[in-house]
Design a protein around this ligand. Sequence first.
Ligand SMILES: [Zn+2]
Length: 371
Amino acid sequence: MTFADFVGNLRVVRVLERMLASERVPHALLFAGQKGVGKFTLATLFARALNCERKQGEICGACGNCRALGALDDLEGMKAAALKERGGANPETVPLLLRPHSSVTVLVPDGAYIRVSQMRAVVRQAYIQPAGARRNVFLIDEAERLRFDYADVLLKVLEEPPERTTLILVTAAPFELRATLRSRCIPLFFAPLCADEIESYLAAHRREWKAAERQLAAAAAAGSLGTALSLDLDRYRQMRAEALELVRTAVTRRLDPERLFAASAALAGKGGSAELDPGERRETLEFSLDLLYSLLADVLYLKTDTPELGLRHPDLRSELHGLSRQVGREWLGRAVGYLDRIEGWQRRNVNRQLALETWALGPAGPPAADR
Ligand SMILES: [Zn+2]
């Protein structure tokens, strides 16, 4: 893979290419943007281009360094292998480091956090001259999970940057990083991809999908190529039908108790044959709430005649348009507000199914008032 194969965020790609061409490479970069837009992928391409043996700025794909760094395409596999190798050893004495090359190190969370031992290993390695490469590169994935109380360990490298070393912090939540770290990096913000970019990528890489399925996945992904690629289309369609049933009930007040019960059960993670564990149930509810929010957002776009802002459900346009004529903006505001509350209740022991049914039946109130 080279920069030319990278999808979206051309502006960021150009900035990196300019840095490579001028050989003015910063000591610390921050790659920020929502999940699934290619931040880590682009960071690995930058690491390759910095160290290609043919020429800085190229990714020949054939030299020893390019081949070694090709392992970064399978981060999960690298992590699993490193964990296996560590076995039962203490993570504070044997830090989790992914090293496809002696001069390229990747940090990923070890458990809930990136540990102090991992950060200390970066500091040690950063001051060693790169061997068999032009630069030491450190990629820190999910950097918002650096142990907050110890993250200043890394400050030394950022304040007195060793020559020929580059750190790239990759994060979907840049403002959860300590300001002391964030402010010492050059930030590059990644935008969500547009549906057309995702769709054309799917056309090349998911040829077995029908055109309508690719269109559905691209709209559902809301700018995240990673989400589009990992989407289970059947489940998505089924859950979306349940969410639409709830919205329909809330708007029209036409009640089919059995249908509503089945829909709310599925959305709360109670439907289906297999019993879900608490983590899976929480994930299902998050997925369901996201669907409900996105359906209401489409209703609002259609109500305010601004569908060009990006409908998540273009294939449901005519039904959602019909619903939009039965509610006012104030009603939509209340409906969204109550969803916010359900989201906030997640950590508490609240009956999720009942909360969803109440949402469909009650608090948003009869829509007629402010039509
Ligand atoms: Zn190369």
